[in-house]
Design a binder for this molecule. Sequence first.
Ligand SMILES: [Zn+2]
Ligand SMILES: [Zn+2]
Length: 444
Amino acid sequence: MGPDQQQDAGGECMTEPRTLEQCKQRAAERIQEERECLCALSRDIWRRPELAYQEQQAHATLTRFFSCRGDWLVEPHYKLDTAFRAQWTSSLSHKESQPLHIGFLCEYDALPGLGHACGHNLIAEVGAAAALGLQAALEFTQPPRPVKITVLGTPAEEDGGGKIDLIEAGAFMDMHVVFMAHPGQDDAAYLPDVAEHDVTVKYYGKASHAAAYPWEGVNALDAAILAYNNLSVLRQQMKPTWRVHGIIKNGGVKPNIVPAYSELEFYLRAPSLKELAKLQEKADACFKAAAVATGCRVELSSSGHDYYNVLQNKTLAKTYVENGKQLGMQFQADNQALNSLSGSTDFGNVSFVVPGIHPYFYIGSDALNHTEEYTEAAGSKEAQFYTLRTAKALAMTALDVIFKPDLLVNVCEDFKLIKLIEEGNISVTEKNRESSGGAGCASR
Ligand SMILES: [Zn+2]
Ligand SMILES: [Zn+2]
């Protein structure tokens, strides 16, 4: 038993609240002690931006960061060329129990032409920092059960969905709770990132002289234009929360040749997988109708994985907010956050397999993600304070999960419940009844 623990009347291992506070303080101190190394880590990733699945330098920087610490087991190229895993396990004095497995995710891919305009270098820093902070706290006091910390390097968030590859390869299999944080404009424990499906539409027509024998041609550009307009008409009946946006990638080669080929690329987004499926059906009809009208052949395909909407874990979010406030974070009101504009992330898919949290954090700038100004902000000195503060809040939240077994029970209940709701297995009325009936659940 650690020096900070005591036996309660029932012989169970207890930790005083004061002790948990001391552990949190130790985690924050360690992050502060490592600030120069952590800043160098994210600067290094920031100044050499790499696109999805090509993050070789970032992979090398991060694996070196953990390898040189000695007590982390590092697996480079873990399941994907530019993914990695670094693991540390607390003292094995409780051989009888399975370790509680806590994951921290690092993203590190950049955007074409813009560099780190989504601040994924800071996501990598937060993941690494939070893991070091948690490790220090667990070296300071023995946890009630052994803890395994995994830092998982997850490439290709901006394009492709590296986390989905890693889910399919079993990388999240025995994780209990997973943490990451994303740079944004405000501190928010949860923003409703939506589900997304990408579709590539190819129309095959027939070339002909556009002036001499236009009637011999089948115009693939016309099909693309009709499809674009069909979708514009569809917008009248779309829910305000749905999004359809796209480009014409190929519209023919020369004005005097009837275009024999055209290509469109569209992203479809909706707040849930169910709604996304409805939207996809409607959009597919628009694409196919354009083929019928013009006599073209159409091919629909998807380049990668669908991104799922992020499931909220209210218990984790509430705990994160409590810790963040202690560190001086100012959070948006819940209703404001839920109505915020948001994009999509492959963390959504993770949120369907492991209870987790994906908060957003302020980085000291009002710039918007995916702009040159945001790239500058993500590499600035000012962002460091906010990034380290976020890492501290994540490590502290992980400590709450470790030292408060009831909290973990609630986290798991929230996870099961929201999945049931998402999958439409219970009605809202039943959901409300179950929610209010949960004894001692901090989140309800
Ligand atoms: Zn982005
Ligand atoms: Zn991003």
